[in-house]
Write a protein that binds this ligand. Structure first.
Ligand code: FES
Length: 216
């Protein structure tokens, strides 16, 4: 390159073409800045949304948890006994604890209770009278008197069930034997577990002072 070419190039840099290039760079930079601005706005909007939405969603789930939590009506909520035992409570006694002669045995029923956000295990919820009949047929009665709600006892001398509050009496099959109670004792569904020893009960309470067995 000769020395004489340098001024010519400088002139070219100042030429209308160079000027045109400078003019076209202006809008390009502005457009780039605009895109950057939009991107920052978008990111800010997304972050702002997440900052509000995530805590709100978590708070909503926490607040609604007692409502959303799956209810199985007490009993085998862990599914230990399989679907067949959903709603059944495993009793703290086994078949061997029941006399083969059918003598009644009183058993306290304990269940898991949910109170809003708390879960309480092994809470006594009632008691039942159990009898073992031939061929390991088990019968269960709610011990609450169907008259007005006292506890029904077993009288070994009379070999019957008796409520001391107003003298309701029942035979060992739960049939009422005087006119005080409005109905027979309330039988409950019970069955043997897969091991043929554990006892599983569907515990229910019923309205008192009525001839019909109305579940509460
Ligand atoms: S409550 Fe049992 S006889 Fe009245």
């Amino acid at each position: 390159m000769s020395d004489s070419e340098t001024p010519e190039e400088e002139v070219r840099a100042d030429s209308p073409a160079a000027s045109e290039t400078a003019v076209t760079d202006g809008p390009a930079e502005a457009s780039e800045e605009s895109r950057r601005g939009l991107l920052i706005q978008g990111i800010t909007a997304v972050l702002s949304f997440l900052l509000v939405a995530v805590p709100s969603t978590l708070a909503g789930i926490f607040y609604l948890d007692p409502i959303l939590r799956k209810k199985k009506g007490g009993g085998d909520e862990e599914g230990d006994g399989g679907d067949e035992f959903d709603g059944f409570i495993q009793l703290p006694v086994t078949l061997d604890a029941l006399p083969e002669d059918g003598q009644p045995v009183s058993v306290t029923v304990k269940d898991t209770l949910d109170d809003a956000w708390n879960r309480f295990r092994d809470v006594p919820v009632g008691s039942v009278w159990l009898r073992r009949l031939p061929e390991n047929n088990i019968i269960a009665f709610n011990s609450i008197c169907p008259h007005l709600g006292c506890s029904v006892n077993y009288r070994s001398g009379e070999n019957d069930f008796f409520c001391p509050c107003h003298t309701s009496s029942f035979d060992l099959d739960g049939n009422k034997t005087n006119e005080v109670p409005p109905r027979d004792m309330d039988s409950l569904e019970i069955k043997l577990g897969p091991d043929n020893q554990s006892l599983w009960l569907r515990y229910r309470n019923f309205r008192g002072a009525t001839a019909d067995k109305i579940e509460l």
